[in-house]
Design a protein around this ligand. Sequence first.
Ligand SMILES: [Mn+2]
Length: 340
Amino acid sequence: MQTDLFFERFDALIQSPKRIVLACHVNPDGDAIGSVLALSEFLQGRGHEVKMVVANDFPEFLHWMPGADAFLVFEQDAESCKKAIAAAECIMMLDFNNLSRSGILHNEIGKTRCPRVLIDHHRDPDESQFYCMWSDTCVSSTSELVTEILLHYGKSNLTERCSTNLLVGIMTDTGSFAHSIYHPRTFELVSLLVEKSMPFGYIHQLVYDTMSENRLRLLGFAINDRMEVLDAYSTAIIALNKSDLERFDYQVGDTEGVVNFPLSMKKIKMSVLVTERQDQIRLSFRSKGNFSVHELANKHFKGGGHTNAAGGTLTCSFEEAVEKLKSVLPEYQEMLNMTE
Ligand SMILES: [Mn+2]
């Protein structure tokens, strides 16, 4: 869907006050939370009654974000979430492209008949699920798209709170402006946001300098004791089982970013973090250059995402998951060893 058509429909939807639900993906990250918070404030300013819903809680280091305490978390308050979704006259889904990524909210949103809006930057959206869609894989983040939307309705929409939330989204999805930036426009938008936001250095500190001692030690342990480097495939795998996580008193978000570290080795093209969760095995993929972890995650691990960052899941034993991962590597050996 072209931007013109998006704005035509989006504009019509937000003309008169409505009950609007904003939803983001399960295990929400800074971009999901930031984009939802900013759009929520914008819509509320135009007289809409907005509820923000998410399947499970987000990491502690995002709790300070302006307005974050208004989120309805399904795992903590299922009734309020169900009520909000059932009463919605419009549902906007941000930073994910398929209902199935909304976790436990999936069923509730699936029952509704109101128009759905998608604002997202992940690959292969299921267009049939949405009335109105802005999906662009060439932007850094969903927060970048929301910044464009707010600007479309006037620069004054970039309040301090909105700018702070959007900046968190872009900063976290680009690893502090180190990757996933495909055009100069991203920096133009960041410059506008920094003008209005809380001091950038302070935002960075609130997000990144908040590790507990356990979390930092888990990172050290993961790299020192649980990282396997497979030179033949230019790949590193870090695999953490339940007892590893328990040993370091794992809290939500503690493994965030761990997968990025192996990529800092020159010889590594792909890094994979495998973690044993409650009822499934979670895989997180990162790559450099043209090697698409989206394709790999999509084909073998019921997941996907972006060219250089993707996720997937398996429902098998932890050991089987690591074996399965290793078993698919030969298929990609040539591409992994290509120098660009
Ligand atoms: Mn994102």
